[in-house]
Design a protein around this ligand. Structure first.
Ligand SMILES: [Zn+2]
Length: 385
């Protein structure tokens, strides 16, 4: 089958990752450290391997270079067992400028202090694989005022917001001292009731309180950000688009992320990784609104997650047992099997699919997928937009 290859991704071990979910999905051995992400793509930080018949596995970025080609997107599976950093990603101009500046400053690409690892923007789409909780953008004006009013200890921040809006409040939070944050947060921790409801921010504040081991974790700026950001619950199959500059933080759950081919992240809280307050202030969008959730028909055999960028387009095909689907696709595509068994068919050749198998189609104009006779099939297809 010309130009259709099996693809093996790479695991990423970060402290916020879980155990079992990603290794089970991809049929990999148990790991002795948390497994946070599985990357499918050609990013130089963790390129996937192409399995080319009668050759050794080839790093995808090298192979694409030989073809005078590149991949505009990256696909990840995430297992979020504990909250990850509050972060923003740059737009293209900011990425190019930031990359050049950090080069001039002599910060090596693999340094933990490096914000810009490439010159690309990183718009992202997160598709929930079960209940998924995240923080996204800032609360609308009235809701934000009410959130601050709930806690007497936040009086100074309330005054700040009244005087200068979010452009005064946000820097006051992320540039605050630990002793200020202790004064603001400790009374909140003391007054927390046991909250079982994950739809309420108090649950996540209590959750963070239980997880924190040190004073600097307990009084993290991110806990104050939780109070002024939208708490979003995605159900399985729902998705959310995170454009450049929109602050966000994943709290708990499993998801697939489709994004432009970038690893540019600027962080400001809930993390032991490098925090850059000045860069966060220069990148963050202070827009205040409720986020839009992308919903698709749960029983639909074809879902298209439409995003306002041209770097990628994510589709989900769900085939009943024995069903065949043939559809045009746009250029270089990655297919990931979430569930079931079946096959990709092309030119009388067949490539079997089972849970976790990934296929790369280099220059295909169409894709034909079969579900096995006794089994349904659930696949994601990522292509250029
Ligand atoms: Zn992100």
């Amino acid at each position: 089958m010309n130009d259709v290859y099996r693809l093996l991704g790479q695991l990423r071990h970060y402290a916020w990752g879980g155990q079992g979910f990603i290794t089970d999905l991809f049929g990999l051995p148990e790991q002795d450290q948390p497994v946070a992400e599985y990357w499918l793509g050609a990013h130089s930080a963790a390129p996937s391997s192409l399995l080319i018949p009668e050759q050794d596995a080839v790093p995808m970025n090298h192979w694409l270079n030989q073809q005078h080609s590149s991949l505009p997107y990256l696909l990840k599976v995430l297992d979020v067992a504990r909250p990850l950093s509050i972060q923003v990603h740059p737009n293209r101009q900011q990425a190019e400028q930031g990359y050049a500046l950090e080069d001039r400053m002599g910060i090596p690409l693999n340094s933990p202090r490096r914000n810009y690892k490439d010159q690309n923007p990183k718009p992202e789409l997160a598709l929930a694989l079960g209940d998924f909780y995240l923080l996204y953008g800032f609360l609308p004006d009235q809701a934000l005022g009410q959130a601050l009013d709930r806690h007497a200890s936040l009086g100074p921040l309330r005054a700040c917001y009244q005087e200068g809006g979010l452009s005064r409040l946000f820097p006051s939070i992320i540039d605050s001292t630990q002793s200020q944050r202790e004064q603001w947060l400790e009374p909140i921790y003391q007054s927390l009731d046991e909250v079982a409801d994950r739809h309420h921010v108090d649950y996540w504040i209590g959750h963070w309180q239980q997880l924190s081991r040190t004073a600097s974790e307990r009084y993290d700026t991110g806990v104050l950000c939780m109070l002024i950001m939208n708490l979003v619950h995605l159900r399985s199959g729902e998705a959310i688009f995170q454009d450049s500059n929109v602050p966000h933080a994943y709290l708990h759950g499993r998801c697939v992320e489709a994004m432009a081919n970038s690893d540019n992240v600027v962080r400001c809280g809930l993390t032991s990784k490098h925090v850059d307050v000045a860069a966060m202030q220069s990148l963050v969008s202070l827009e205040q609104k409720r986020p839009a959730i992308i919903r698709t028909e749960p029983s639909s055999s074809h879902a298209d997650y439409v995003v306002p960028v041209s770097d990628f387009r994510l589709q989900r095909w769900r085939l009943d047992a024995g069903q065949t689907k043939l559809s045009p696709i746009q250029g270089q595509s990655i297919l990931l099997t979430l569930q079931g068994t079946g096959a990709v068919r092309r030119d009388n050749a067949i490539m079997d699919l089972e849970q976790g198998s990934a296929i790369y189609l280099h220059q295909s104009q169409s894709l034909c997928v079969d579900a096995a006779l006794g089994n349904s099939l659930d696949v994601l297809i990522l292509s250029p937009g």
